[in-house]
Design a protein around this ligand. Structure first.
Ligand SMILES: C[S@@+](CC[C@H](N)C(=O)[O-])C[C@H]1O[C@@H](n2cnc3c(N)ncnc32)[C@H](O)[C@@H]1O
Ligand code: SF4
Length: 337
């Protein structure tokens, strides 16, 4: 068992398989061009699988594939099949913008993927175009229906709520999810990366989101799925499913965060708001043994003392406030959201 300085275990690994994306969501990567990771620096499926096996041996039991947009990575189902075969891995999931799901859902399911999170912030086509800047809503909805038909159970829909943009979409999204048997999850707008011009006033809090839903569809709090899960879950008192909220701004959960992140170019990042990662690829490509790579991972994790969201809240509540721009961070597309 690998523990950090605050006794937090290393239990979850988010693997970014690419930093590229076919959308340009205003809250994530609003600019047209970024400095992309060079192709030769991107980990191969074999390199990812080897690292994943080492992480599982160190106590990781859940892996999420993400990005950028993970479905842009060609033959992703082959990587999924390799990861699904790792003994000791309990949970393998994928977070996607859904744009390519209609054509890929069956292959993903056949490869052994069990769970899917699909980002969907609005059901209004015109607003979708404004938030996402590329792609179209119809393809995402078709992708969701294809995933359901391919046998995925408990598909979660992730919506980032930004004040003045899509608060009015909270209830329509809840209704859509209830109608189709999806689980809606709202995410407080966060100051990830450096490009989204985050201001605390743009963030709609968990309390406001829950009040909005509870006013129409009464809720009962269930709590977190596991003690380290980011979302607090609520069930509808009429028995028609659940809704969750990830409140990393107003109710930070750094104290129970067991998530490590592996960037597409093989860096281990210990916090979503980190400014840098620890290079595993150099060792991996220098012919190091499994034991040498594991020792590096253990060393990085045992020095981990990140508690960024706790500190953000403390600053927000202080007289001087919190200035997002003063903190350089890795872009979310690079480190995997
Ligand atoms: C970075 S994306 C990568 C996977 C995929 N492209 C997608 O959109 O689902 C992972 C998750 O991060 C969320 N996200 C991106 N920027 C965010 C922000 N500023 N605040 C909160 N969540 C954000 C997205 O909504 C998505 O659910
Ligand atoms: S949230 Fe996902 S789909 Fe949107 S820009 Fe970021 S990586 Fe791309």
């Amino acid at each position: 068992m690998t523990r950090d300085r605050n006794s937090r275990l290393l239990k979850d690994l988010r693997i970014s398989v690419t930093d590229r994306c076919n959308f340009r969501c205003t809250y994530c990567m609003p600019d047209d061009e970024y400095v992309w990771i060079a192709r030769r620096e991107i980990l191969s499926f074999e390199e990812i699988s080897r690292l994943a096996r080492l992480f599982v041996a160190l106590g990781v039991d859940k892996i999420r594939l993400t990005g950028g947009e993970p479905l842009l990575r060609r033959d992703l189902d082959k990587l999924i099949a390799q990861l699904a075969a790792i003994e000791g891995l309990q949970d393998l999931c994928l977070t996607t913008n859904g744009s390519l799901l209609a054509e890929k859902a069956e292959a993903l399911a056949a490869a052994g993927l069990k769970r899917l999170n699909v980002s969907l912030d609005t059901l209004d086509a015109e607003k979708f175009a404004r938030i996402r800047q590329r792609g179209d809503l119809r393809a995402v909805v078709d992708g969701l229906l294809a995933a359901k038909a391919a046998g995925f159970q408990r598909i979660k829909l992730n919506a980032v709520i930004e004040r003045g943009v899509n608060e009015a979409d909270i209830l329509p999204l809840v209704e859509f999810a209830r109608e189709h048997g999806f689980t809606m999850r709202f995410i407080e707008y966060m100051d990830v990366g450096n490009a989204n011009h985050w201001l605390s006033e743009k963030m709609v809090s968990k309390r406001e989101i829950i009040e909005t839903i509870n006013g129409r569809y009464p809720l009962r709090e269930v709590g977190r799925d596991q003690s380290s899960a980011p979302a607090v879950d609520y069930e509808f008192t009429d028995g028609s499913g659940e809704v969750g909220v990830i409140a990393s701004v107003t109710e930070p959960f750094c104290g129970s965060c067991t998530r490590g992140r592996l960037t597409a170019d093989g860096k281990l990042v210990t916090c979503l708001f980190s400014a840098y990662g620890h290079d595993l690829k150099a060792l991996l490509r220098s012919g190091a043994t499994d034991d040498e790579i594991s020792q590096l991972i253990i060393g990085v994790w045992s020095r981990r003392d990140d508690r960024y969201s706790d500190e953000r809240l403390e600053a927000m509540q202080s007289p001087s406030g919190y200035q997002a721009k003063e903190h350089r961070k890795l872009e979310m597309i690079t480190l995997g959201g």
